[in-house]
Each structure stands twice: as C-alpha cells, then as structure tokens.
Ligand binder design. Structure first.
Ligand SMILES: Nc1ncnc2c1ncn2[C@@H]1O[C@H](COP(=O)(O)OP(=O)(O)OP(=O)(O)O)[C@@H](O)[C@H]1O
Ligand SMILES: [Mg+2]
Length: 320
C-alpha cells in the first residue's frame, strides 16, 4: 500500500471560546490517489479536520502530517500541491473579477503572463465557466462563486484537493457536473480527493473510503462506502441519513427479498429487472383463490411478505 499523504492522529483543537473538537478514535489517513469522504452531523468537526490538514489551525494535542510536513508550520512547502474549496466560497474569493481571482495564485508564484493566461483559461474551461471570466465576483450566484473558487483551487494542478461541502447549493445538473469533474481529475490526473459532505447520495460515486465522525469529533468508523452503508445504525447514531438505495435494499432484505446492495441506480435497476423477469412460482389453480382476499384458503396459504407481494418473490436467483 502506498505511503499516506495525509495523517491526522488524535488531534485536539480548542477554539478561543473553549469549544473543543477531539478528532480521535481512529487515525484519519489518506493515501495517494484515494477519494476520501468525511461524513458527520453539523458541528461535529469536519471543517475543523480539514482546516488542520490545510494548516489553517494548529492542534493543541496530536499530530498532523501532509506530504510529510506539519502543515501548520510549513504549509508554504506544500501549498502548490494542495488545492482548496472552502465551505463558504466568499471566504476564498479575493479579487474583483473572476479572471483576477483565478489568476491570483499563478501570478503570485511568478509564472509568465502568457502561461498565466493559459492556466486560467484551462481552469475556467475545466469547471465550465469560461463565459464568466470577466464577471464581477460579487455579482455571481452562490453556485457560480463555488465554481470560481474551484477553478482557483485547480489552476495550479494540485495533487491533493480538499473540498468542504462542495455540493452545497448546487442545482442537480451542476452537482452531477462537479461529481463528474472531480472523478475525471482523479482518473486522468490521479488527484487525491478529501471532501466533507452531507450529501450521502453522492458518496458511492465519489468515495473509495468514508470516515464517520460523531459530535465532538470522535472518528468512529472508516471503510469503503458499501461497508459503511451496511450499518444504518451507525449512520443514525451519527445523525446521517443513509443513502436512499442503501436504505431501500436493506428494507427489502429485512422483508426477505435479498438482492444484494446495489450501489448505483444502474446496478439497482439491473437487480430489480432481473428479479421482475424471473418466473414466480406458479399457483396450482389460478384465478378464484387469488381474487378472493377474504377466502380463508388464501389467507392461510399466502406467505407473509409484508408489502412486497409477488413482485419481489424471495426465491433464490435463477441460473443465467
Ligand atoms: N472559530 C470558532 N470558534 C469557536 N467554535 C468554533 C469555531 N469554529 C468552529 N467551532 C465549533 O467547533 C465545532 C466543530 O465545528 P465545524 O465547523 O468543524 O463542524 P462541521 O462538522 O464542519 O459542521 P457543518 O456540518 O455544520 O459544516 C462546532 O461545535 C463549532 O461550533
Ligand atoms: Mg463544516
């Protein structure tokens, strides 16, 4: 297994008003090329965790290492390798126009003007906002601002991208675009992704590994999404609504209809289609008994299948 590029070990953060976040329990570890999602209720410490990775906060206890350095002390050594999308895009948009803002980092690193132009064009293109390049940032919508902030995060082609609630406030098409963009960056450029989100329905398509935090910062679970979503009790304890598909197929399993745990709509559609196409056990004599709900023979012989009826016959899978 490759060396971790991020490790957060039992960090305690004490804010000025004495609020404590203790990111402890399990170590938070990210290896190169992973897509890691952090889940947890409001106020549990997701942003605090990301701020420690970004060196914006310094722990009062515990250790943080990013690309082998302590980011709170030496972030300047790694800052070109780390792109950031903060939860509140307004906090990171600093220049008056979109072009000025996205060009800020390459200009401050002293890239020649022609190269800066090329980098900014590529970043705007990548995020799909080339048409906004001359807009005043202050006039942009919330979703547009988030895309500008993302273009600024991508302009130096970082190896690690840290995103805090990247899907918040995006319409469904923009959300899907962003998911596809992040996955493309991961696939084609090997970008490592660390993102905090409440959007559990995005996790399966976005994560190789999920970390679950409880209120107070305790890191209580980590694993591949399928494993994490297999334990709805754990999710509920963390105030996380399980993804719709995970919940649906778990309920079906409880009703005796086991179709595995499809992780995508496509897989779920295939599982359901296969189940529906399967011939159900033929009743020996048809019509009269089945159309007479009060018939005692039907009541006593019909299997108890909750609300699933014959639609999801819990028979073993047919051989292909
Ligand atoms: N600057 C601050 N001063 C005092 N307390 C803070 C500060 N920033 C965060 N906190 C507190 O620290 C805890 C963790 O906050 P954090 O922003 O990390 O949570 P979060 O998991 O990102 O929440 P959300 O899902 O709402 O974004 C909360 O109790 C919050 O009130
Ligand atoms: Mg947050």
């Amino acid at each position: 297994m490759s060396e971790p590029i991020v490790r957060v070990s039992c960090v305690r953060h004490v804010y000025a008003d004495r609020t404590q976040v203790h990111l402890c329990g399990l170590d938070f570890v990210v290896t190169a090329g992973q897509r890691v999602v952090v889940l947890g209720p409001n106020g549990c410490g997701k942003t605090t965790l990301l701020y420690h990775i970004l060196g914006l906060l310094e722990p009062s206890e515990g250790e943080v290492s990013v690309f082998g350095v302590n980011p709170a002390r030496h972030f300047n050594r790694i800052r070109e390798r780390v792109g950031v999308l903060l939860q509140n895009a307004d906090e990171q948009i600093i220049a008056p126009t979109v072009w000025d803002d996205v060009s800020f980092s390459p200009r401050s690193y002293g890239y020649p003007e022609s190269e800066v132009d090329r980098m900014v064009e590529a970043a705007l293109e990548c995020v799909g906002i080339a048409h906004l390049s001359h807009k005043v940032c202050h006039h942009l919508s919330g979703g547009e601002k988030r895309k500008v902030a993302l273009a600024g995060a991508l302009v130096l082609k970082p190896g690690l991208l840290v995103l805090d609630e990247p899907f918040e406030g995006l319409d469904p098409a923009s959300r899907l675009d962003l998911m596809q963009l992040l996955n493309r960056l991961h696939e084609t450029q090997g970008v490592t992704l660390v993102l905090a989100t409440h959007d559990v329905n995005a996790v399966t398509a976005m994560a190789d590994r999920v970390y679950v935090l409880l209120f107070g910062g305790e890191i209580v679970a980590q694993g591949p999404p399928a494993e994490i979503f297999r334990d709805p009790g754990l999710l509920r304890r963390s105030n996380i609504e399980p993804p719709v598909l995970a919940e649906l197929f778990q309920r079906l399993e409880e009703l005796g209809v086991s179709m595995g745990r499809p992780e995508t709509i496509e897989d779920a559609a295939r599982a359901l289609t296969a189940r529906l196409a399967r011939p159900t056990a033929a009743a020996p004599s048809p019509a009269p008994a089945t159309i007479a709900p009060s018939s005692p023979s039907v009541a006593s012989s019909a299997p108890a299948r909750g609300t699933t009826g014959d639609l999801f016959d819990p028979a073993p899978p047919a051989k292909p």
